[in-house]
Design a protein around this ligand. Structure first.
Ligand code: FAD
Length: 392
């Protein structure tokens, strides 16, 4: 389907596709295509290849390895990368802390952290959410108390994605308990190998260990690790979350799942008009979502960087719904074969192997429940849409 890309944009996408499929090891991409999670080594290998070719952090300032690309080119980069089953450049590094340091950090912090962050020499974790501060993030309670040249950090973060691999964690901490909620928060970089940091895994409903709790007990953090101004962390957090404006739609992920659905459902479609209708509806709605992403990106190109756009909430909401519909449809198409879990790799003698695409169907179905929670739950997105777009 022609999504209104011009000739140059189509050529740009084709060039990227060739690079991703030619340069990133097929061994990694094949495993991801089968539905396996990327390992730490997969992320590192792939990000270093991309970085060596200037393709890890295209949205960063050019002096720190970015490309002067249009928003549409950045969208094509992410979509082609995902569709080629390349492990994505680590979002905490490239879309979160990197842009914050590049924009609000001092020169010393930029030189110290940005090259290592782009190359995944440092694995960053995101320390925002707490047990009683998720949607209502400004009520966070982890404290950082200044003591000479250090901050002493105490408290707990939770849902820290891939924190088990983390070298450093960027945290929102309360530095002025007396100030109004948003005003007393700072943005602090903490070395996770510091004494007093404990990481405890949380098992998710798919059986995997993707998220963690992180505890801070009297952790000494050099004051030079404060990013920007003291008590201005909320501003940087809003900037960071705004960077995720369109990528949360996860177009590439949904398209990959549709391709897999078509391969699997193809032989069944003739006898199953309802299945055919569900698959077609999903594909049409995904194309509509991609057009909306492109529309928003075209508008973004005309606005000053960092301008909030509440329409991105529509993309996040719709993207998570379509991801979940796609994962549900795959389970329905497979029927009992969807019960062939990843772990049950050994098929007993005399039993047929599960069909291609079956092994991760249920784990992915469970895992993608997260899409309507992280990066702002769907209820919260609906509130934003009501207030900022519909003006209720
Ligand atoms: C897989 C996964 C990975 C994550 N990774 C990270 C990470 O790396 N770092 C990090 O800091 N955080 C991470 N998070 C946390 C995520 O940002 C929070 O889960 C999210 O903000 C929701 O907060 P909560 O879990 O505390 O739920 P709550 O805020 O307690 O919400 C519970 C329910 O109430 C609803 N609700 C809340 N407020 C309202 C309201 N005002 N109106 C209507 N309904 C409302 C919510 O929609 C939800 O259904 C991750 C979460 C998940 C699921």
């Amino acid at each position: 389907m022609d999504l209104g890309l011009d000739k140059d944009e189509r050529a740009f996408a084709a060039e990227l596709r060739e690079f991703f499929t030619g340069e990133v090891p097929a061994e990694i991409r094949d495993r991801l295509a089968r539905g396996e999670h990327a390992t730490r080594e997969d992320f590192v290998t792939s990000q270093r290849i991309l970085n060596a070719h200037g393709l890890a952090v295209p949205h960063w300032p050019v002096e720190w390895g970015g490309k002067d690309w249009t928003p549409v080119q950045r969208h094509l980069w992410l979509t082609e990368l995902t569709m080629a089953h390349v492990p994505p450049p680590l979002v905490f590094n490239t879309a979160m802390v990197g842009p914050v340091i590049a924009t609000f950090g001092n020169q010393e912090q930029k030189e110290r952290f940005l090259p290592a962050t782009a190359n995944l020499d440092i694995w960053w974790s995101q320390g925002f959410s707490e047990p009683n501060a998720g949607s209502d993030l400004a009520s966070l309670k982890t404290t950082a108390v200044r003591d000479g040249d250090t901050f002493v950090v105490n408290g707990q973060k939770t849902w820290t994605t891939l924190g088990q691999y983390g070298d450093w964690i960027f945290c929102l901490v309360r530095t002025d308990p007396a100030a109004q909620q948003q005003r007393g928060i700072s943005f602090l970089l903490v070395d996770m190998r510091s004494p007093g940091v404990t990481v405890r895994p949380i098992q998710l409903i798919d059986g995997g260990y993707e998220v963690n709790e992180v505890f801070f007990d009297d952790v000494q953090v050099p004051a030079e690790n404060l990013v920007g101004e003291l008590n201005a962390g909320w501003t940087y957090a809003k900037f960071l979350l705004g960077n995720e404006r369109t990528s949360n739609a996860q177009i590439g992920l949904i398209k990959n799942r549709i391709l897999r659905l078509k391969r699997l459902a193809g032989p069944l479609l003739d006898g199953e008009p309802l299945l055919r209708a569900r698959l077609t509806t999903l594909e049409v709605q995904t194309a509509a979502l991609e057009m909306s992403v492109l529309r928003l990106l075209a508008r973004e190109a005309t606005l000053p960087p960092g301008t909030p756009d509440p329409d991105s909430s529509v993309l996040k909401l719709r993207g998570s719904e379509l991801q979940q519909q796609a994962s549900e449809l795959l389970v329905d198409v497979l029927g009992p074969a969807a019960l062939a879990y990843r772990e049950s790799g050994d098929v007993p003698d005399g039993f047929p192997p599960p069909p291609e695409g079956a092994v991760d169907a249920f784990p992915t179905y469970f895992n993608w429940r997260k899409a309507s929670i992280y990066a702002g739950s769907n209820e919260v997105q609906r509130q934003i849409i009501c207030k900022a777009i519909l003006k209720f």
